[in-house]
Design a protein around this ligand. Structure first.
Ligand code: AMP
Length: 444
């Protein structure tokens, strides 16, 4: 199928061209005609499938007809990063349409948002909490809404946003088009879908299986050897842009610092960074200032970094869904990507659960020249023991990425940057040397 056959308004078609999209992705091919027809849609699609444009394009098309200067489309998303990303898609795809959009989320001043809303916008992309603030203050009028989108509904549920969403729904006209997107469909989402959607059409791609372009591997290792193994992996793998996941904010921060000390352009992204620092880390990762971003699941939600070549699970995620969500960041929209997961003996059950969901066993690999026999340090250091569950406790002084940005060279070329302590610099594409081997008898 070609975009041409979807008969978009010429100004929307110009946006598709500006974005460089040639063919609709499978979710777009399924969803766009249905949304254009005006049906409610339940979209089962994970990030990386092109789901954003699947709702943005038909919304822009719809808004080309009818009034301007009041809110006609509302997209609710779980995180500010995702909200920004959706807004960027709207700006790119709607560049010729004259339609205006605004993002609405907490952690930044409310007044600029109020000013934009006052000047008149047709599209609002919002996180639930701040949107309710605007509703409470009377600074947003949603009474003439045409379309509502609930994006990443499963994440919104996980983050405890459903009560707020139900409050928001009370301020929306009953007669509207509603689109709900979710990577997974647990009972709670089904219930919400039943409440908000009327006679929906379900569109679905890759419900559980991650993008086929991603190759997965497990690296069995003892807890205290994870960091040296990561350094070794980075040195001997052809990586462009690596997203590393840790279980806790503290581990993300510490690992980011360790990687930086080893000569990598690395930053960490944790839930309690200020919005400016989060944005600096994300922008730096996107523009290549940082090659490696270390993040927790919550902090990484909504990250769209199309060029992510590798996802490394430094700590295995808590659920198979989280695994699929994490690796959704690599192999996006038909690019190829690798997903490495470090596993210890304690991760056996989760490995089995992930393999069940993927429908096949994951390949076990080991590195040839890596010394797996190094004993754990006597001292009970952070990285020598399994991570604790994330806590809500705030640490005084905040946690930073600004330092790493300031000291990071722009692009680390061969021969530049600090030599690595036990790691060295990332190998260039041509210097890929030892390929990791299969490790058939790992016990995991
Ligand atoms: P999403 O799943 O919406 O986060 O999109 C994943 C990535 O795919 C984004 O970087 C989009 O810009 C890109 N993308 C979306 N639709 C297409 C398309 N039809 N052709 C090529 N890339 C696309």
């Amino acid at each position: 199928m070609e975009f041409k056959t979807l008969n978009f308004h010429p100004k929307v078609a110009a946006g598709i061209e500006a974005a460089g999209y040639v063919k609709p992705t499978p979710i777009q091919a399924q969803a766009i005609p249905t949304v254009i027809e005006g049906s409610d849609v339940m979209g089962l699609a994970q990030t990386g499938t092109g789901k954003t444009a699947a709702f943005v394009l038909p919304i822009l098309n719809r808004l080309m007809q009818g009034g301007r200067g009041y809110v006609r489309a509302l997209v609710i998303a779980p995180t500010r990063e995702l909200a920004e990303q959706i807004n960027e898609s709207i700006i790119t795809l709607g560049g010729q349409t004259g339609l205006r959009s605004v993002t609405v989320y907490g952690g930044v001043g409310i007044n600029p948002q109020i000013a934009k809303l006052k000047r008149g916008v047709e599209i609002v992309v919002a996180c639930p909490g701040r949107l309710l603030d605007h509703i409470g203050q009377g600074t947003i009028d949603l009474s003439r809404l045409d379309v509502l989108v609930l994006d990443e509904a499963d994440q919104m549920f996980d983050m405890g946003f459903f009560p707020n969403i139900r409050k928001i729904l009370k301020h929306l006209p009953r007669k509207r088009q509603t689109l709900l997107f979710s990577a997974t469909m647990p009972n709670e989402i089904r219930r919400l879908a039943h409440e908000v959607l009327s006679d929906p059409v379900t569109v679905q791609v890759d419900t559980v299986a991650p993008a086929v372009t991603v190759s997965h591997a497990l690296y069995p290792v003892e807890q205290h050897l994870k960091t040296p193994l990561l350094l070794e992996l980075l040195q001997h793998t052809d990586t462009e842009s690596v997203l590393v996941f840790t279980r806790t904010k503290h581990r993300a921060k510490r690992l980011g610092e360790k990687l930086e000390k080893s000569g990598y352009r690395a930053a960490s992204l944790q839930g309690n960074l200020s919005q400016n620092r989060r944005q600096a880390a994300l922008d730096g990762f996107r523009d290549g200032t940082f090659q490696i971003l270390v993040a927790t699941d919550i902090a990484a939600r909504g990250i769209d970094v199309t060029q992510v070549s590798h996802v490394v699970n430094y700590d295995i995620p808590d659920t198979p869904e989280a695994y699929i969500h994490r690796i959704g960041r690599t192999g996006r929209a038909a690019r190829t990507g690798d997903a490495f997961t470090m596993v210890t003996g304690e991760d056996k059950l989760m490995v089995r659960a992930i393999e069940r969901v993927l429908g096949s066993p994951l390949e076990r690999r080991s590195l040839d020249n890596f010394d797996y026999s190094v004993a754990a340090p006597r001292k009970d250091s952070e990285f020598a023991r399994p991570p604790r569950q994330a806590t809500q406790r705030r640490k005084p002084g905040g946690q930073g990425t600004a330092k790493s940005k300031a000291s990071a060279p722009k692009r680390q070329q061969s021969g530049q940057g600090a030599p690595a302590a036990g790691g060295g610099q990332p190998a260039s594409r041509s210097s890929r040397s030892r390929r990791p081997n299969r490790r058939p008898n790992s016990g995991l």
